[in-house]
Design a protein around this ligand. Structure first.
Ligand code: HPA
Length: 273
C-alpha cells in the first residue's frame, strides 16, 4: 500500500505543475460514462493516471483514466475522467487521493458525479438526482489512520456534506433548462456485486433514495479539507428487485441517453457558481 503523506502529495503536485496544471477552482469527478464532459474543457492538458506519481491505474470499462485540466464555463477545473473505486481493491486513502491533490492545487469546490440505482419509487431510469446527503454503508472510512492535520480536523463535521447553496443553484438551473431533477440521499455500498432486493428494501427503510459504489469516500475527504461539494447521481436503473435484472451494459446505455442533459446542467452550474 502506498502511504499517503505530505511528501507524496508534494511530489504529485509538483509533477502536475510541471505538466502545466495551474490553479484550480473546481475539482470534477466524472463517474461511469459521464467522462465526456471533460472533452469540452478548453485549453485542455490531459495526464493519464498511470503517469502521475501516487496515482494507481483505473480498471473499469467506460473510464478513460486521466486528469484533464483547463477551463470549463469560465472556471479553472481539474477533472477526473474515471475514478478509483474501493471495489477495485484500492484502499480508501488511494481512492480519495485525487481529492487531496485538488485541494493542494487550490480547489475550493468539488463536483462529484456517479451512476446510481434508483431506490425511491418515484425515480425513473434516466433521471438526474441532486445528492442532499449520504449514508456510508461501505464498511470503511477514508480518514481512518493518522489524521492529515494540514488538511483538516480529526473529527470532521458532516452536517452539511453537500452544500445547500450549490443545491439551490442547481435546482434553479435545472428549472431554467427544463431538466427534471430529483433530490435524495445516496447510500454507498462497496460493490462490486449489485445489491440484493432485500438490501434495497433495507436502503429504502433507512432513508436512502439511490445506491451506488462510489462518491461517499471522496465526499468525506472533501469535507475534511473544507471543500464545498455538489453531488449529482445519474439514475441509470431501478435498483435490484424493482426491475427484472441488473447489468452493467444497461447502466452504460442509459448513461449514454442522459449525458446530454447532464453536461448541460453541469456546464451551466459552473458558469453561475
Ligand atoms: N447499484 C449500485 N451501483 C449502481 C447501480 C445499482 O443499482 N446502478 C449504477 N450503479
Amino acid at each position: 500500500m502506498t502511504e499517503i503523506n505530505q511528501a507524496l502529495i508534494k511530489e504529485t503536485v509538483s509533477y502536475l505543475k510541471n505538466q502545466g496544471v495551474g490553479a484550480v477552482d473546481f475539482g470534477l469527478i466524472l463517474g461511469s460514462g459521464l467522462g465526456e464532459l471533460a472533452e469540452e474543457i478548453e485549453g485542455a492538458i490531459r495526464i493519464p493516471y498511470q503517469e502521475i506519481p501516487g496515482f494507481p491505474a483505473s480498471t473499469v470499462v467506460g473510464h478513460a483514466g486521466q486528469l484533464v485540466y483547463g477551463n470549463l464555463s469560465g472556471k479553472a477545473v481539474l477533472a477526473m475522467q474515471g475514478r478509483f473505486h474501493y471495489y477495485e481493491g484500492h484502499n480508501m486513502q488511494v481512492v480519495t487521493y485525487p481529492v487531496r491533490i485538488m485541494k493542494a492545487l487550490g480547489a475550493t469546490s468539488l463536483i462529484v458525479t456517479n451512476a446510481a440505482g434508483g431506490v425511491n419509487l418515484n425515480f425513473e431510469a434516466g433521471d438526474l438526482m441532486a445528492i442532499t446527503d449520504h449514508i456510508n454503508y461501505m464498511g470503511s472510512n477514508p480518514l481512518i489512520g493518522a489524521n492529515l492535520d494540514e488538511f483538516g480536523p480529526r473529527f470532521p463535521d458532516m452536517s452539511q456534506a453537500y452544500d445547500y447553496k450549490y443545491r439551490q443553484l442547481l435546482a434553479q438551473i435545472a428549472q431554467d433548462l427544463k431538466i427534471k431533477l430529483q433530490v435524495g440521499v445516496y447510500m454507498g455500498f462497496s460493490g462490486p456485486s449489485y445489491e440484493t432486493p432485500a438490501e434495497i428494501r433495507f436502503v429504502r427503510t433507512v432513508g436512502g433514495d439511490a445506491v451506488g459504489m462510489s462518491t461517499v469516500p471522496e465526499v468525506i475527504v472533501a469535507n475534511h479539507s473544507g471543500l464545498r461539494v455538489l453531488g449529482i447521481s445519474a439514475i441509470t436503473n431501478k435498483a435490484a428487485g424493482m426491475q427484472s435484472e441488473l447489468n452493467h451494459e444497461e447502466v452504460v446505455e442509459v448513461t449514454n441517453q442522459l449525458k446530454t442533459k447532464f453536461k448541460a446542467l453541469v456546464k451551466q452550474f459552473l458558469a453561475e457558481a
